[in-house]
Design a protein around this ligand. Structure first.
Ligand code: AMP
Ligand code: MG
Length: 466
């Protein structure tokens, strides 16, 4: 195939927000995993990507393929604390690829230190990189907006974590890597003109129907996209784990699969990340945190909204103030579809009873939705059944949207990663195939359809893997 040539739109338009940089050299790099369906979608030939030239391209070292790779700068609120100086500490934007479906970023994660590394090594270990591949594929198959992984590269260079581990990098594909933190950096720099340009760039790239609409149009569009994404997270029982403003994209795509996890038993307070000691990013708190992050986004836009600060705040507040109600409406629609109770007189009551049932009984989230009918048979007969079952009784299963039978259950992910770290790929292959078909039990192996053993979930902890 003809060698792909990436654009440098972001690098050329926003030199104040990035630094020209190169990936580290990995002379022994090889392809560990190639996402062939994604490669084809992007118009890249999977066969070619496996050749030496293809591997060079994926590692950021091919000549003539990139216009100007950059490490992107950003600021961000991490667990509520503002850090003005973050940025791609182990990542590199190779550039943008024009695909049959529009422009996407090709980006490396784990490609070596950059000026933003703050003393860390800039590399990645195999297990967390595979984890990002697996979970983002699952999210994509579940219909949730997400960045994706085109390839996991074995860098041939061990990294030191708690001990030596095989090194890897991923080639990440995203609608863009522009985040709330990118706007926060422009604000820190006091670069109002840059921020204004960034607003227009983001509208054109992500919300072209509102192109030219200015900061309020962008605020509203990002809010709407993110509210939908986060509602979908709750629907499938996803806990992102590190919803810092630098991990909140302008596109609305889910990004950064460090400490994420899935619910087994439905628990509002579920929180698995080792660094989230206060439970800030627990399952049920994610919509509220999104609201907080959107407020931080709105703040960065104030100088662009109106020269009069009070007027600017009032305009931003007008949009942000509608957020909670908008979320409730999106989420109610989503739960109602999952339950098959849309468009009824008592839809809201049925949704609220179902959520109450889930919270009270802490049943397995995935199995509850995928086997409603089967369970209902059992409960109709019971006198002391939770009132949800009576409400649900006359629901219309045909009106329900399909509920997944397979999610990447935490214990199965860990088992597959442990095996893959030891070059055993059977579990990995089986799990990846299953999560790519979440609505079809025939792709799943039996254990994947069962809840995790309780003692396993109670002690489960996720790590950023950095
Ligand atoms: P994350 O938790 O992936 O959102 O990362 C937060 C910040 O830490 C970002 O600026 C990352 O680039 C940086 N970072 C994370 N891991 C590493 C690493 N191994 N080397 C250098 N920087 C890192
Ligand atoms: Mg991040």
């Amino acid at each position: 195939m003809t060698t792909p040539v990436l654009r440098a739109e972001f690098a050329e338009a926003f030199p104040d927000l990035c630094l020209e940089w190169r990936a580290a050299d990995f002379p022994d790099a090889s392809v560990l995993q190639l996402n062939e369906p994604l490669a084809s979608e992007l118009g890249l030939d999977p066969q070619w990507l496996r050749t030496d030239a293809g591997v060079d391209f994926l590692c950021g070292r091919a000549s003539g393929c990139y216009t100007q790779p950059v490490a992107q700068g950003y600021s961000g609120h991490q667990f509520g604390q503002f850090n003005p100086q973050l940025g791609d500490g182990r990542a590199l934007l190779l550039g943008e690829l024009a695909t049959p479906h529009g422009l996407v970023d090709l980006h490396l994660k784990g490609s070596g230190p950059t000026p933003f590394s703050r003393g860390a090594d800039g590399f990645g270990a195999r297990a967390p990189m595979l984890r990002e591949y697996l979970v983002s594929e699952a999210m994509h198959a579940l219909g949730i907006p997400t960045t994706r992984v085109l390839a996991v590269i074995d860098t041939g260079r061990a990294v030191l974590r708690s001990g030596p581990e095989p090194g890897a990098l991923i080639v990440r594909v995203a609608s863009s890597h522009i985040r709330v933190g990118t706007f926060q950096l422009a604000a820190v720099l006091g670069a109002t003109d840059v921020a204004a340009e960034l607003v227009e760039y983001c509208l054109e790239r992500h919300y072209p129907e509102r192109s030219g609409g200015g900061p309020l149009a962008l605020l509203e569009s990002v809010m709407e996209a993110q509210l939908n994404t986060v509602a979908e997270w709750l629907g499938v029982g996803f806990i992102h784990g590190v919803m810092n403003t630098d991990n909140t994209t302008i596109s609305g795509e889910t990004i950064d699969y460090g400490p994420c996890a899935f619910l087994d038993a439905h628990r509002q307070q579920a929180c698995f990340s080792s660094i989230d000691t206060t439970g800030r990013y627990r399952y049920g708190h994610q919509p509220a945190i999104l609201g907080w992050n959107m407020a931080r986004f709105g703040e960065t836009l104030l100088p662009l909204i109106d020269a009069d600060p009070q007027a600017a705040i009032a305009d931003a507040q007008h949009i942000l103030g509608a957020q909670a109600e908008r979320y409730d409406s999106i989420a109610t629609t989503m739960w109602a579809q999952k339950l098959g109770v849309s468009g009824r007189e008592n839809t809201e009551e049925a949704v609220s009873l179902a959520l109450d049932y889930l919270h009270t009984h802490e049943v397995d989230h995935t199995i509850f939705f995928s086997s409603l009918e089967k369970q209902a048979q059992r409960y109709y007969a019971a006198d002391n059944a939770h009132p949800f079952w009576r409400t649900w009784r006359d629901s219309d299963p045909d009106a329900a949207r399909a509920n997944p039978v397979v999610i990447p259950r935490n214990h199965e992910v860990e088992r597959a990663l442990t095996a893959a770290n030891n070059d055993q790929w059977d579990y990995w292959d089986a799990l990846l195939a299953a999560v790519r078909h979440p609505f079809d039990a025939s792709y799943a192996y039996p254990e994947l359809l069962l809840p995790a053993p309780a003692e396993w979930t109670e002690n489960f902890t996720t790590y950023c893997g950095t």
